[in-house]
Design a binder for this molecule. Structure first.
Ligand SMILES: Nc1ncnc2c1ncn2[C@@H]1O[C@H](COP(=O)(O)OP(=O)(O)OP(=O)(O)O)[C@@H](O)[C@H]1O
Ligand SMILES: [Mg+2]
Length: 343
C-alpha cells in the first residue's frame, strides 16, 4: 500500500502548470530611472534593475541580498507590477503576466507584497479587522464573509480576534502590526508573497517569532516566498536559494547552503565576510568591502564590481561577465570564478 503524503504532494487546484512548472519565471527584466544629472539638461540613467533572469520554484523561498541601492526593492515592485518595467518577461505558473493566461487582476490575487514600514502601510482610521477584510470586500465577499475571513486570518497570524479585531494601528506594537500586514497579504489567498525587509525593523526576539510564523504559514498554506533583506543571517535562516544582486544585476544565484559555505563571486565573498560576526575581535579583523560604494548611474562597460574587486584584470574592464551555469544549479557572473574557486 502506498501512503500519500498529502502535505507535500497534494495538488493545489490553482496549480495550472503542474508541480515542476516554476511559480515565477523572470526573463531579462529591466528598469532604468531617468534622473536629472548635475550638468544642465543632462539626464543620467539609474540602472536599478538591469537584465535580471531567474526562476522561483513552487513552495521555495528565494532570498535576495545585496547592498543598499542595488535594486532589491525595485525588483520586488516590478514583479508586483507596482511600477512598469522597461522590458522583460514575467511568467506566473506558466501564464505570461498581462496576457489572457494571467491578467493583472488575477496576478494581484496570486501575488502579494509585505513591506518593512508597518505603520504607514496600515490605514490609521480603520480597525484591524476592517483593514484585513478590505481586500475580500473589494473582491466581492459579503460583509459577514469578509469579517469571518479577517478573524480567521488573525488567528493564523497569532493575534486573538477577541482582543485585536477592534483595535487600531496605533494600539499595536511593531511586531503585531507586521502580523496584521501579513494577514492582509493573505486575505485573498495568494500563492506567492514578496517580503521586502518585512522583519528588518523588529527587535531580534520579535523578528525570530515573525520569521517562524512566516515559515509555518509557508508550510500550512503552501506559499512561495521571495524574501528581500540586507540581513544575511536572516536570509540564511529562511531561504532555500539565494540571489545576490550588485548594481542591478545578479552576480550569483544558487542553494543557500552552498553559497554561504563556498561563495564563488568576489562580491558574494566580500559581502559574506562583512557579515556582522558575534565576536567583536573578529569583526575588526575581517576585511570590509573596499572601494567606492556602488553607484548605478550610467554604469561603465565590463564588470560592475571591478573597481572594488581584488582580483580584477584587463578583461574585467572590457567584457561584461554573464551569469553562467555552474554545477548543481549554481550560477556565477565572474570571468575568473573557476580560477578563484579556492582563493
Ligand atoms: N523612483 C525612482 N526614481 C529614481 N531612482 C530610483 C527610484 N527608485 C529607486 N531608484 C534608484 O534605483 C536604485 C535601486 O533602488 P532600490 O530601492 O531598488 O534599492 P534597494 O536594493 O532596495 O536598497 P535598500 O537596501 O536601501 O532598500 C537606487 O540607486 C535608487 O536610488
Ligand atoms: Mg529596498
Amino acid at each position: 500500500m502506498f501512503l500519500v503524503d498529502t502535505t507535500s504532494t497534494a495538488t493545489d487546484e490553482r496549480d495550472v502548470g503542474g508541480a515542476a512548472q516554476p511559480m515565477l519565471i523572470v526573463r531579462d527584466l529591466k528598469k532604468h530611472f531617468a534622473v536629472r544629472g548635475a550638468a544642465v539638461r543632462s539626464t543620467a540613467r539609474v540602472h536599478a534593475v538591469d537584465g535580471v533572469s531567474f526562476t522561483v520554484a513552487k513552495g521555495e523561498t528565494l532570498g535576495v541580498v545585496g547592498e543598499s541601492g542595488c535594486g532589491k526593492s525595485t525588483l520586488g515592485k516590478l514583479l508586483m507590477h507596482l511600477i512598469d518595467a522597461d522590458s522583460g518577461e514575467l511568467i506566473f505558473d506558466g501564464g505570461a503576466i498581462g496576457t489572457r493566461d494571467m491578467p493583472l487582476t488575477q496576478l494581484r490575487r496570486n501575488l502579494q507584497m509585505v513591506f518593512q514600514d508597518s505603520s504607514s502601510s496600515l490605514n490609521p482610521r480603520l480597525s484591524i479587522e476592517t483593514s484585513i477584510a478590505y481586500g475580500p470586500r473589494v473582491h466581492g465577499a459579503s460583509a459577514s464573509e469578509a469579517k469571518a475571513k479577517a478573524r480567521d486570518l488573525l488567528v493564523r497570524v497569532g493575534l486573538r480576534p477577541d482582543i485585536f479585531a477592534g483595535r487600531y494601528p496605533h494600539e499595536l506594537s511593531g511586531g503585531q502590526k507586521q502580523r496584521v500586514n501579513i494577514a492582509r497579504a493573505l486575505a485573498l489567498d495568494p500563492r506567492m508573497i514578496i517580503l521586502d525587509e518585512s522583519v528588518s525593523a523588529l527587535d531580534k526576539s520579535v523578528e525570530a517569532q515573525v520569521l517562524n510564523l512566516l515559515r509555518r504559514l509557508r508550510e500550512d498554506l503552501r506559499l512561495t516566498y521571495i524574501f528581500i533583506s540586507h540581513d544575511l543571517n536572516v536570509v540564511q535562516y529562511i531561504s532555500d536559494r539565494v540571489l545576490v544582486m550588485y548594481m542591478g544585476k545578479i552576480v550569483e544565484i544558487g542553494a543557500v547552503d552552498e553559497i554561504y559555505r563556498r561563495p564563488r563571486h568576489p562580491y558574494t565573498k566580500a559581502l559574506l565576510r562583512s557579515r556582522l560576526s558575534s565576536s567583536p575581535d573578529e569583526r575588526i579583523k575581517l576585511a570590509p568591502l573596499t572601494g567606492d560604494p556602488p553607484n548605478p548611474i550610467n554604469p561603465p562597460p565590463g564588470c560592475r564590481f571591478r573597481a572594488r574587486c581584488p582580483h580584477a584584470r584587463d578583461l574585467c574592464a572590457t567584457a561584461e561577465p554573464v551569469l553562467e551555469d555552474g554545477a548543481t544549479g549554481r550560477k556565477v557572473a565572474c570571468h575568473f570564478a573557476e580560477e578563484l574557486a579556492d582563493a
